[in-house]
Write a protein that binds this ligand. Structure first.
Ligand code: FAD
Ligand code: NAP
Length: 350
């Protein structure tokens, strides 16, 4: 029987730095510890919560059950010849950006646009992480899953994960814990330059045409853009984008554009457009807003920040509700929260 710690502060385990306590707490370094944790929760009849890097969740109350922090960190690098696929398997607790950096050092490409995304490898498929026109979906081959309800361990193909825009099957099967992830990367390199700012930054940094950039140069450009614009959670606590970019019908986008001619909208298909949620929020004057230690980042209106010493999850959610209501009122658009929200017994919603 495992012996978890009791009454542990979770402040260091979430990038908003919210200081709530876990009734029980343990780190998961091996699969057998996950099995022991499952037995513990069954015996106690208590809820459980798995935390990775804590960069995409908001804790609103002390947690009344077992909090597990994923710490399984092994990586199996390919030993195959250069003309074969580059397949790497990493355990869930590896740091995502360390995997990106190490894969590039070993000559692989594909993940460079996903550089500097905080958090762990195991969380990457949960919301199908994406940035600058690339999603992990493009490189995911399979995942290993531990079913915390039944204790069973099984493999899933990438297709079975039903990866969509910041979405996957794991958001609906909440008792499935990803224990390892297998990615199939490229050995050739074609810079992925759909987002104009990447090419502009590469040209600025290298003085050469963007199409000639090496994988490392693309990574350097992504890191440079992100460091300029996005707050580092270590100095300004945040969980990245607080809302998803809303997808609206072409008719609704056209309607909004009549009143807001500068609307930032990207065509998804013939019928729909993706609106830049940050732009919508910015238009309503929220950028840089701050009250009682909670606010909106001064350079990116999509990022809520917790700069006060004792910020609560409730304060963050209260601001999120006000922004949501304002956007709904002014644009007629509903904003969906991106990070996962947790109360004392499990996931909750705004
Ligand atoms: P956590 O916050 O620990 O967990 C998030 C959710 O996933 C929780 O519900 C948790 O229970 C669950 N979970 C975690 N690990 C597992 C697992 N192994 N198995 C099952 N469930 C699990 N996201 C993007 O997509 N693109 C970006 O560009 C991006 N930029 C960001 C920039 C900043 C500054 C910050 C703070 C966040 C950003 N994010 C971005 C959001 C976040 O980094 C990602 O969602 C990341 O994948 C979360 O990883 P994590 O390990 O911190 O997950
Ligand atoms: P940005 O460059 O200011 O762009 C604003 C929004 O417009 C982005 O959200 C992006 O949508 C969309 N966009 C921009 N150029 C586009 C193009 N050529 N085609 C289609 N859509 C385009 O965004 P940012 O805040 O600095 O973020 C840069 C990238 O990092 C984005 O991809 C963003 O998703 C990602 N990011 C994510 C988080 C997170 O927590 N989820 C946090 C920080 C950054 P998409 O978001 O759909 O790409």
């Amino acid at each position: 029987m495992m012996q978890p710690q009791q009454g542990v502060s979770l402040k260091a385990y979430n990038t908003l730095g919210i200081d709530v306590k876990a009734a029980f707490f343990t780190q998961i370094c091996h699969l057998d510890q996950l099995q022991a944790a499952q037995k513990f929760c069954l015996a106690q009849g208590c809820p459980w919560l798995l935390i990775g890097g804590g960069s995409n969740l908001v804790l609103t109350e002390d947690f009344a059950g077992l909090v597990m922090v994923m710490a399984m960190e092994q990586i199996d690098w390919p030993t195959t010849a250069a003309n074969e696929a580059f397949v790497v398997t990493a355990q869930a607790g590896c740091e995502w950006d360390a995997l990106v950096a190490a894969s590039i050092e070993r000559g692989a490409s594909g993940l460079e646009n996903l550089s500097l995304i905080p958090g762990q490898v195991g969380a990457a498929p949960i919301q199908n992480i994406g940035a600058y026109g690339v999603e992990v979906k493009q490189y995911l081959r399979q995942v290993q899953v531990f079913n915390f309800a039944s204790g069973e361990l099984f493999e899933m193909t990438a297709q079975a994960c039903e990866l969509g825009y910041r979405d996957s099957i794991f958001k609906y099967h909440k008792h499935w814990i990803v224990t390892q992830v297998t990615l199939q990367l490229r050995r050739d390199h074609q810079p992925q330059l759909q987002y104009g700012i990447i090419a502009e930054t590469i040209i600025e940094m290298t003085g050469k045409p963007a199409l000639e950039a090496t994988v490392q140069q693309v990574r350097d450009a992504v890191i440079s853009i992100r460091q300029t614009k996005l707050p580092d959670p270590k100095s300004i606590p945040n969980v990245g984008s607080f809302f998803k970019n809303p997808i609206v019908s072409a008719a609704q986008a056209a309607h909004i554009r009549q009143a807001w001619p500068d609307l930032v909208a990207y065509q998804v298909d013939d019928l729909s457009y993706k609106l830049a949620a940050g732009w919508l929020i910015d238009q309503l004057g929220w950028k840089g807003y701050s009250q009682a230690g909670v606010g909106v980042h001064k350079l990116q209106a999509l990022v809520l920040v917790a700069t006060g010493k004792h910020v609560s999850g409730a304060q963050v959610l209260s601001l999120a509700r006000r922004i949501q209501a304002d956007v709904q009122l002014q644009f007629g658009v509903g904003l969906e929260v991106e990070p996962r929200l947790f109360d004392s017994r499990g996931e909750c919603y705004l």
